[in-house]
Design a protein around this ligand. Sequence first.
Ligand SMILES: Nc1ncnc2c1ncn2[C@@H]1O[C@H](COP(=O)(O)OP(=O)(O)O)[C@@H](O)[C@H]1O
Ligand SMILES: [Mg+2]
Length: 206
Amino acid sequence: MRAVLVANPKGGAGKTTMATNLAGHFANEGLKVTLCDLDRQQSSLRWMAFRDPEVAPVTGYFGGNQISLNLPQSADWAILDAPAGLQGYKLTDYLRTVDKVVVPLVPSIFDMAATEDFLNVIRSELRGRRNCLGIVAMRVDPRTKAAAMLEEYLRHFDIPILAYLRNTQNYVNVAASGLTIFDPPRARHRRDVEQWQGLLQWLNQE
Ligand SMILES: Nc1ncnc2c1ncn2[C@@H]1O[C@H](COP(=O)(O)OP(=O)(O)O)[C@@H](O)[C@H]1O
Ligand SMILES: [Mg+2]
């Protein structure tokens, strides 16, 4: 079993979008996926409840009340959808439990400022572990001013940007029916699926 934590201290950064789409991707690969919703708002579980029984299955549960996280070892992948404001002993416990941490980040001065302390904390907690922390630039196209601002900001953290996901209603629309851009009809979201490839390759690395 491998596990990835999707976290950012700010609400609306795209954690649940990222977590549900990752779950959809692995499920469509024929893998056994568990969504561990750590947020009291339980958006991921709500998404799962809407999911059509005809499409690739994703199971899930609420893990936010556990003192120490216990992931189902029978799954191929566990995707952890973190709440906003995650910090302290829970953050430490989650970081200890997972193989990879992905931070979706919107390149606005507000989001970057709100994420700074968080990046410093996780970077220091993950010290000595190679290749396990990455950023996904949310709602932005590469080679834009916003992307350049984000790259400049991340330079002093030395954390890689694994993907740039454009701003599109596709994510909103598929979520409304418990789907992801990775569910059929896949051709419809080809352009978005392509944008995930760097992130997916990185997740598959040891
Ligand atoms: N790349 C994107 N393009 C357009 N809308 C997006 C994108 N990513 C996320 N959203 C939308 O932004 C809102 C907040 O995203 P969400 O995943 O719920 O954030 P979080 O879980 O971090 O609070 C949702 O309505 C979601 O559909
Ligand atoms: Mg959320």
